[in-house]
Design a protein around this ligand. Structure first.
Ligand code: MEV
Length: 341
């Protein structure tokens, strides 16, 4: 496929990319109004989006086993939608409902359609936020193609709405990382999206190989909060305090303090019941091998853990994580947000 093709001075096709994310501190508490810190990772989701002359929605997303999925534009969001197609399809639908340039109106009158191909540099298994990143790519691409020129804030709002329409829950930190990139101090729904200007964040990341449903874990924690409201609320408050201290530590590149705060955070997550045996083994192995600190990243039980260590301890920490059954994944942190390729 051509990278970009122009017809009668109109852009008809574009490729955009958005990064995955890693939660650094504050997961779960962020769902209840406390802040978190997230970094964008250098493994990207790419989407090539083409405007069609016929009223058809087409999707190829080989990474999530979607091949040649098609439906009429007036059927968007209707009927059974395969899991791998949901975020892209609802993003396209929400985009056309909410915007009003002449190009968008043409689509709404079913005089045109959209063809999307997504590819990912990372496995959707890792929990790096592939669904949110592809949602962000679609909104950005359509905004360029139909000349609404949405700014990053508007892209965030529309992509977050799409994620909520599908999942019903979530703070939107993953959407913010995909849109804005870098390392962000974030409060639910984008009430605060504050970039932390830093040069490096020497993280070590271990993948557990376990998949667990995020919404289920949010629900399990909510059950505990219902039963023991003052206990759980207090835990969230403590997490908020350590996230604020971690923000300062990150800005000063004080990775000793950051490691200690990560350890505190892990203790609270274990108390909430989301640590999981395999992740715990990897986290303790990283600490025993000399990491300044280690914790799970994300909803817990599965996906990834993160550790921070000085350069001279890096290899030992990676070996420890591998010996505990984890897979060390190597990539950049603090990378650029959504962009045109
Ligand atoms: C999941 O990766 C992190 C949670 O805090 C949920 C969210 O913030 O959307 C558990």
């Amino acid at each position: 496929m051509n990278k970009q093709s122009l017809r009668s001075n109109d852009l008809k096709q574009i490729t955009v990319s958005a990064p995955g994310k890693l939660m650094l501190l504050g997961e779960h508490a962020v769902v209840y109004g406390r802040p978190c810190i997230v970094t964008a990772v250098g493994q990207r989701m790419k989407a090539t989006v083409e405007l069609l002359e016929k009223p058809l929605f087409q999707l190829n997303a080989p990474d999530v086993q979607i091949t040649d999925y098609k439906k009429p534009m007036d059927q968007l969001g209707i009927g059974d939608i395969p899991k791998g197609a949901k975020f892209v399809e609802i993003a396209v639908k929400n985009y056309f409902i909410s915007q009003s340039t002449s190009e968008v109106k043409k689509m709404r009158l079913h005089l045109g359609g959209v063809n999307v191909t997504t590819t990912s540099e990372f496995s959707s298994q890792f929990g790096f936020g592939s669904s949110s990143a592809s949602t962000v790519c679609i909104v950005k691409a359509l905004s360029e193609l139909t000349r609404t020129k949405l700014d990053n804030r508007a892209i965030f709002d529309l992509a977050y709405k799409t994620v909520l329409d599908i999942q019903g829950k979530g703070s939107g930190f993953d959407v913010a990382a995909a849109v804005f990139g870098g390392t962000l101090y974030f409060v639910i729904g984008g009430k605060i999206i504050k970039p932390l200007r830093i040069n490096n964040l020497p993280l070590i990341v271990g993948y557990s190989g376990i998949k667990f449903d995020t919404v289920r874990l949010i629900d399990e924690v909510a059950e505990k909060a219902k039963k023991y409201p003052s206990v759980v609320d207090n835990i969230y408050d403590q997490i908020a305090r350590l996230v604020d201290l971690a923000q300062k530590a990150i800005l000063k590149s004080d990775f000793i303090a950051l490691g200690e705060l990560m350890n505190f955070n892990e203790g609270y997550l274990a108390t909430l019941g989301v640590e999981g045996k395999k992740l715990a083994g990897m986290i303790y192995a990283a600490r025993e091998a000399g990491a300044n600190g280690a914790k799970l990243s994300g909803a817990g039980i599965g996906d990834c853990m993160i550790a921070i260590a000085s350069e001279d301890k890096k290899q030992a920490v990676e070996d420890g994580i591998t010996a505990a059954g984890g897979e060390v994944i190597d990539f950049k942190t603090n990378v650029e947000g959504v962009k045109i390729e």
